[in-house]
Ligand binder design. Structure first.
Ligand SMILES: NC(=O)c1ccc[n+]([C@@H]2O[C@H](COP(=O)([O-])OP(=O)(O)OC[C@H]3O[C@@H](n4cnc5c(N)ncnc54)[C@H](O)[C@@H]3O)[C@@H](O)[C@H]2O)c1
Length: 416
């Protein structure tokens, strides 16, 4: 196995081109490798061999018996080679380094790419996969800043033009209990929605101690959750799931966010906050109240709730109608992590062209807008954060020195 490329061409990550130019430049040709007849194998390439990437391989294999994993890529050689060994792949089909993704997307007969690295890399990897004519399963979140979200929106348009499918790892959208409840909400079961609540409160997340025998860059990559350029902060990385459900209920994204957050219990290296409380406003005036926290010894709560003019709902599974009959989901459901691959494979085999790129990009930006409201201490509007030029990724992607990034201080930090 080769450790390919310690350095990456970072000009690609500036995402400066206008979407019209990019879309006009996309070849609108049939991508034969992207499609698969009912009896043909789905050929998978994985980028990011960590917990979720390995899990997604299991999920796609359970989703369809005719799946072959062709190649895997990871930043670190040992992770790629360990997974390749487990999957029985030849060593030359395990790639590592900053540009390992390029090797996987270049394999002609792969028709299904799974993107499961830290989200900071997602816009670059998605663009490469779509340009290579591949269908994509991409984990959430899909970016950590406005330029990244704009790039994902553009890539999704290119995918549409090329007839490729994209499904995102917002698995609640593929979970029968949510799907059934949301259908009823959209049919008006609780009238007009006036308020929503979204929580992701849990204990502390993993945090690896600094290793002075490896470079700053490697330390940050191995402890990616604690750096904004890689993770986006936990409101983006984790709470996005609940914010996505609220956007799904509203069939829209919020127009502004106002709130607060801080780093009260976290010490040592790293940059992220450990709590956020944000009020979002949707067009028409409905409000969404969001809280997320990573602290030990506090009450956990991961949930959403909706209040309408005629009743209330836990969008996971139930509806209470004022003065009427309550409803609760009682059906069977498949593991949602498998169902999302079932749905993507169906779209590839039947030519249905599912594309969740825009919805997950909008939920990612919803989370980024909340984060920026807390970091700045200001009311932040959708267009400001979408059109922001702030790029969190460092200029140079190479193993070496990387200054400790600053922790945003409300009232001083500025969104540009
Ligand atoms: N949908 C869900 O419920 C769910 C659950 C867990 C994680 N996730 C998402 O999956 C993604 C990965 O999370 P994880 O828990 O698997 O993290 P992880 O740390 O276990 O795995 C990430 C892997 O990506 C590799 N990597 C980093 N940069 C890379 C690059 N540029 N190219 C190739 N490989 C690279 C890392 O070395 C690591 O092996 C995140 O976006 C996370 O939010 C989603």
């Amino acid at each position: 196995m080769k450790n390919t490329g310690l350095q990456i061409d970072v000009s690609r990550r500036r995402f400066i081109k206008s979407s019209s130019l990019l879309v006009a430049g996309a070849a609108v040709a049939p991508y034969l490798a992207a499609h698969a007849a009912p009896d043909e194998p789905i050929k998978v390439g994985l980028i990011g061999c960590g917990g979720r990437g390995s899990g997604a391989i299991e999920n796609v294999k359970s989703a369809d018996s005719n799946v072959t994993v062709v190649a895997v890529a990871d930043m670190f050689p040992e992770r790629a080679s360990e997974l390749a060994k487990k999957l029985g792949l030849p060593t030359e089909m395990a790639f590592s380094g900053f540009d390992a993704y390029k090797k996987v997307v270049a394999i002609p007969d792969i028709n299904y790419i799974i993107l499961a690295t830290p989200p900071g890399f997602r816009p670059i990897h998605l663009r490469a996969a779509v340009e290579a004519g591949k269908n994509v399963f991409m984990e959430k979140p899909v970016a950590v800043d406005g330029p990244g979200v704009r790039s994902v929106l553009e890539s999704s348009e290119i995918a549409k033009q090329k007839g490729l499918s994209i499904i995102a790892g917002t698995q609640r959208r593929h979970q029968a209990s949510y799907v059934e409840t949301l259908k009823r909400l959209h049919d008006g079961a609780i009238g007009d929605v006036v308020a929503l609540r979204a929580y992701w409160c849990q204990s502390l997340i993993w945090n690896h101690p600094w290793n002075s025998n490896i470079s700053d860059m490697e330390n940050q990559l191995r402890n990616w959750y604690h750096y904004i350029w890689l993770c986006g902060d936990h409101i983006v990385e984790q709470h996005l799931h609940n914010l996505d459900v609220c956007n799904w209920v509203m069939k829209d994204h919020p127009i502004s966010a106002y709130g607060m957050g801080g780093r009260q219990g976290l010490t040592g290296r790293g940059q992220i906050y450990d709590h956020f409380a944000i009020e979002y406003e949707y067009k028409g005036g409905a409000r969404m109240f969001s809280k997320c926290r990573q602290m030990d010894g506090c009450r956990d709560n991961v949930s959403e709730a909706v209040a309408g003019t005629k009743g209330t709902s836990n969008p996971n599974n139930s509806i209470k109608v004022n003065g009427g009959e309550d409803w609760r989901f009682k059906g069977k459901e498949r593991n949602a992590y498998e169902q999302e691959h079932v749905d993507l494979i169906k779209s590839i085999r039947e030519g249905l062209k599912v594309n969740e790129g825009r919805q997950v990009a909008e939920s990612t930006l919803t989370a980024i807008m909340g984060r920026e409201a807390a970091y700045t201490g200001q009311l932040v509007e959708w267009d400001t954060v979408l059109n922001s030029t702030k790029v969190w990724m460092p200029e140079k992607l190479e193993f070496g020195a990387l200054p400790a990034p600053e922790i945003p201080v409300p009232g001083k930090y500025k969104l540009v």
